[in-house]
Each structure stands twice: as structure tokens, then as C-alpha cells.
Ligand binder design. Structure first.
Ligand code: NAP
Ligand code: MG
Length: 532
């Protein structure tokens, strides 16, 4: 299915892309422009009107081919901006710039506290421009501006502030060694932690600014140079962040930002022979392509992929209303477009009906609308393609005989709106139970025997996250230990912090984002031995 999806996307893109023209393609019928105005986006208006280019070697440049593609507002399918449709040549120029900056530039030789101060300044600049970034993110991705303002933007700033502190703490060890074939010799042995080199970073559209921060923060604090490719659907905040990086004083070529499509720009970056590491967040299918592409020069790979996370509610949860609200948040936050969404709700039988009815009641109350509307609680899905994907799953579930407690259809309006959806009477074999939908659709299943619960919860190729709701603290710990997932939330969900590692077991990925663990993925260890 993914292969078909990819080839149809590529076909559409070649029509969509143009030599500086308007680039409208068949996927998005031309709409009367609902252009953002100075009143609707007071902080971002001027920036949105400016031409958009790639950031290569500290300069803003068009694609070598001159091609551009349209960036859409998913609330009404109008065109927000045009960005470079970059290909292999642009990636090559960006990688060359990063290589020059790494080999000859000041970045990796800079005193760690200077590097840290610069990254701290990036965090400050993000906060200074929080309203503008939230407006751009809301327009580009569809998420409510208020959510971007309190979650995406401050989390991105916090990530830079947290990583700034690590610049001065990347330490090796001294190691006492006992070389058997040199009994009389003495040595002083120690390790150095050094940057990996040139890093290619490919990010998705669900948290565009935050994913850029998750990727750039650890790469930069450890002294690497980067080529970042944002998602085609949501390249705008990455470009604005590029300006803020330069404003903070980042030397030229340390971060290069190249917009384009995955199959062209992304694939060229993953395969490039002069890239030392590729870090990817997105679908498991594309994660596999990244691994294959990386095989040529055996570059390092870290992956943050999909999920189908179980969220388990026991009857002894105590405050059932809090668990219901938590379960609703677990799936409906960010319109379900979260890799860690609690999309499999597993509820102890005695409280199953009450929990399902409660989550459905939350779903029905969610106010859908454009992200810029202050009353909006859930915006449109990010794109027509994602809208089709989610509504296809909704229809498939019906055909397979599941019962829709609420939702299950597209919602009105010109944008890519779908109804928050709660499904029950599902079977383990159904596609809506097994596959990542990446939309506001939760499948609810009752359980009776706690001993079967763990194997059912773990019965998925994914292992990104899980939730457990109970007042029995020993049970909560036991279950957390048995769940094969990179994050387990107990009596809470969707709690993120720059200090907490995040990533997947099984097919949910390789490695961790954030915390000090991510630094392992951006450093090489060098052992140095001095004969005394
Ligand atoms: P995707 O295709 O995996 O895209 C993620 C990133 O990879 C984008 O920057 C994309 O570029 C790029 N890419 C695509 N094909 C590539 C290739 N062959 N080589 C190198 N890079 C490539 O994700 P999507 O199409 O946006 O969403 C599809 C599904 O992925 C979702 O429905 C969801 O299941 C999952 N997803 C997961 C996450 C997560 O955080 N784990 C995030 C988003 C999506 P373009 O955008 O230009 O194609
Ligand atoms: Mg968009």
C-alpha cells in the first residue's frame, strides 16, 4: 500500500512542482485564496509574504533547478507560500556546505560554553517569536494556534535551553588498563567524545518546529553540522527557525535547510556518501527505505517511527473521570497525528461501557475549526493525502464490522476535517486495530483477565508508548515493566520533557530522542592511549 501511495505521490508532485509558476496540481483543486491577513496573523504576516529559499552555507538560495512547490493551509486548501522543490543537486550543495563547516569551520572547535550560550540564545529567540511561530505553525499544519503557543513552541525553546546545558558536559573517561602482553609498561588511557560529523535530518509534519528542535538541539550541542529536510507539507517554521539560528550567530554552513519531497530531496540526503549519520522521524515504511539508503556508506542511522500504543484502564482507577479525560487526550491531542497516540484503548470489562461512553462524550464535544479560530479545539488533518488515508481506515473498519460509537466520517467544511471517532466491537485482525491510522480514531477493547492483558497489549509490531490507569501502584509498576514500549505513562499521558528520553522498541525505531541518551547518537567515542 505504501509503495502505491509513494508512487502516486511522486506522480502528483511532478505535476505540482513548477519553474517558479503557481504549481497547482490535481490533488488540490485551485481554491479562492483565503490568504492570511495582517489581522488574522499579525505577528507572521510580513514573514509569510517574503519569498522562501533554502538555507545553504549561511545564505538563502533558490533550488538549483529554479523549481518551487506550493505549501497549503489545510483548513481551506489555499496556498500559503511557495518553497524550493529541491533535488539531488541542492542536497549535494548543502552537504558540501556542512562538510566545509565541519572540517574547516569554527563550530566543533568553539569553546563548549560559547556553543552552549549560542544554543541558549536560540531558545530565547524562539520564545521572543513565540506568537509568530505559533501562527505559522497553525496555518501550515492546521493545529490550533493556542496549542502551538502553549505546547509546540515552548517545548522547542526548552529543548534548545536543555541541550545548551549539555555543551559543557560532553565528557569522556579515564580508563585504567592492564595490557597482558606489556607487563612492565604504563599507560594513560582515556576516551574523547567527538561529533559524528555531517548529519542528515529528515522530519515529519505533525510537530514541524518541535521535531526540528528535537533533531537540531542534540546535533548542535555536540558539535555536528547538519542538513535538515522538513516535511513537504509543513516546511515553514523550519525556515523561520533557520533565520533565528543565523540571528543567534550560528556560523555559516553549520545548519543547512533544504525543502523538497521525500522521494527526491529526502532520498538523496539519506543516500549521500558524505553524510556520516542520518536521523529520521516518520513512518515505519519510510524508515526501512532510510536504512537501505544508508547502507551505501554505512552511515549511522537513528529512527523514530510509528506506533499503535495501548492505553490500559483498570476498574480500580479511582477517579474514572480523570482516566476518561486522559484517554480522550491520549488519542485526540494533535488530531491523533501523534506517533505515540493512545489509539488502542484497553478497558477492564466492568468499566468498559462507562469509559467508552465517556470518551465518546468528549469526542462529540470537541469543536472543529481552522487553527486560527480561538474557539477551535481540533483543526483539520494536515493534508488531503492524510485525510484520504484516515477516512479510508474509517470506512475499512465499518466494512470489517466494527461498531462506531461516535464519528467515523469526514466533517464539514472546505478543509481536511474528520470527526473524532470512537470504535468498539473490534477484532485483533482488523486493520484499524493493527495499523497506525495517525488520525483521531481510537479502538476500544474490553479485557477481563489481567494475565492476558500484557500479551494483548504487546501484540503489535510497534513499541513506542503505553498508558496505564490504576490506583494499585504495585500493579502499575509490574505492568510498566512488562510492556514492550519506550515510554509508559502511569495515570497520565502525553507528558514530554526535554530531559526524558523518547523512542521506540521493536519497529518503532532505533535510538532515543532527548535526554542525555540522544547524545550517544551524535557522538563518536575515541580511545586515546599514551605510553608513559
Ligand atoms: P513519511 O512519508 O514517513 O515522511 C516523513 C519524512 O520523510 C518527510 O520529511 C518525508 O518527506 C520524508 N520521506 C518520505 N519518503 C522518503 C524517502 N524515500 N527517503 C527519504 N525521506 C523520505 O510520513 P508521511 O507520509 O508524512 O506520513 C505517513 C504516515 O507516517 C503517517 O500516516 C503516520 O502513520 C506516519 N508518521 C509518523 C510520524 C512519527 O512521528 N512517528 C510522523 C509523521 C507520520 P515528504 O514529506 O516530503 O514526503
Ligand atoms: Mg501545510
Amino acid at each position: 500500500m505504501k509503495t502505491a501511495l509513494l508512487s502516486s505521490r511522486l506522480a502528483t508532485r511532478s505535476l505540482k512542482s513548477s519553474h517558479g509558476g503557481n504549481g497547482h496540481g490535481p490533488r488540490h483543486a485551485r481554491r479562492a485564496s483565503c490568504a492570511p491577513t495582517a489581522a488574522s496573523v499579525p505577528h507572521a504576516f510580513a514573514w509569510l509574504k517574503r519569498p522562501k529559499h533554502n538555507l545553504i552555507a549561511g545564505r538563502w538560495v533558490p533550488a538549483a533547478s529554479g523549481k518551487v512547490f506550493d505549501v497549503f493551509n489545510p483548513a481551506d486548501a489555499s496556498v500559503l507560500a511557495r518553497v524550493p522543490d529541491s533535488d539531488k543537486e541542492d542536497i549535494h550543495r548543502a552537504v558540501a556546505a556542512a562538510r566545509r563547516a565541519f572540517d574547516a569551520g569554527p563550530w566543533r572547535r568553539m569553546k563548549p560554553n560559547e556553543r552552549g550560550k549560542l544554543l541558549w540564545r536560540v531558545g530565547d529567540l524562539i520564545l521572543e517569536h513565540a506568537d509568530e511561530l505559533a501562527e505559522i505553525e497553525s496555518l501550515d499544519n492546521g493545529k490550533p494556534r493556542a496549542v502551538a503557543r502553549v505546547a509546540d513552541v515552548p517545548l522547542a525553546a526548552d529543548l534548545f535551553h536543555y541541550m545548551a546545558g549539555w555543551a559543557t558536559k560532553i565528557e569522556g573517561h579515564t580508563i585504567p588498563i592492564s595490557v597482558p602482553y606489556a607487563p612492565d609498561a604504563r599507560f594513560h588511557a582515556f576516551t574523547l567524545r567527538e561529533p559524528v560529523g555531517v548529519v542528515g535530518q529528515i522530519i515529519p509534519w505533525n510537530f514541524p518546529l518541535l521535531m526540528a528542535a528535537w533533531k537540531l538541539g542534540p546535533a548542535l550541542t555536540t558539535g555536528n553540522c547538519v542538513v535538515l529536510k522538513p516535511a513537504e507539507q509543513t516546511p515553514l517554521t523550519a525556515l523561520r527557525l533557520g533565520e533565528l539560528l543565523l540571528e543567534a550567530g550560528l556560523p555559516e554552513g553549520v545548519v543547512n535547510i533544504v525543502t523538497g519531497f521525500g522521494e527526491t530531496a529526502g532520498a538523496a540526503l539519506a543516500a549521500h556518501d558524505d553524510v556520516d549519520k542520518v536521523a529520521f522521524t516518520g513512518s515505519t515504511e519510510v524508515g526501512r527505505l532510510i536504512v537501505h539508503a544508508a547502507a551505501g556508506n554505512l552511515k549511522k542511522v537513528s529512527l523514530e517511527l510509528g506506533g499503535k500504543s495501548p492505553n490500559i484502564v483498570f476498574k480500580d482507577v479511582g477517579d474514572l473521570d480523570a482516566a476518561i479525560a486522559g484517554a480522550a487526550n491520549a488519542i485526540f491531542f494533535n488530531h491523533g497525528q501523534c506517533c505515540c497516540a493512545g489509539s488502542r484503548l484497553m478497558v477492564e470489562k466492568d468499566v468498559f461501557d462507562a469509559v467508552v461512553a465517556g470518551v465518546a462524550a468528549h469526542a462529540k464535544k470537541i469543536k472543529l475549526g481552522p487553527g486560527l479560530d480561538p474557539g477551535t479545539q481540533m483543526g483539520p488533518l494536515v493534508s488531503e493525502e492524510q485525510f484520504r488515508r484516515v477516512t479510508n481506515y474509517m470506512h475499512q473498519g465499518k466494512q470489517e464490522g466494527a461498531c462506531y460509537v461516535t464519528g467515523g466520517e469526514k466533517a464539514g467544511g472546505r478543509g481536511y476535517f474528520v470527526q473524532p471517532t470512537v470504535v468498539k466491537d473490534v477484532k485483533p485482525s482488523m486493520s484499524i486495530v493493527r495499523e497506525e491510522i495517525f488520525g483521531p480514531v481510537v479502538v476500544a477493547e474490553p479485557f477481563t483477565k489481567p494475565e492476558e492483558l500484557i500479551s494483548r497489549a504487546n501484540d503489535t509490531p510497534y513499541g513506542l508508548a503505553a498508558g496505564v490507569w490504576t490506583r494499585d501502584i504495585a500493579k502499575a509498576h509490574r505492568i510498566a515493566a512488562e510492556l514492550r514500549a519506550g515510554t509508559v505513562w502511569i495515570n497520565c499521558y502525553n507528558v514530554f520533557d526535554a530531559a526524558l528520553p523518547f523512542g521506540g522498541y521493536k519497529q518503532s525505531g532505533w535510538g532515543r530522542e532527548m535526554g542525555h541518551e540522544v547524545l550517544e547518537h551524535y557522538t563518536e567515542t575515541k580511545a586515546v592511549v599514551v605510553g608513559l
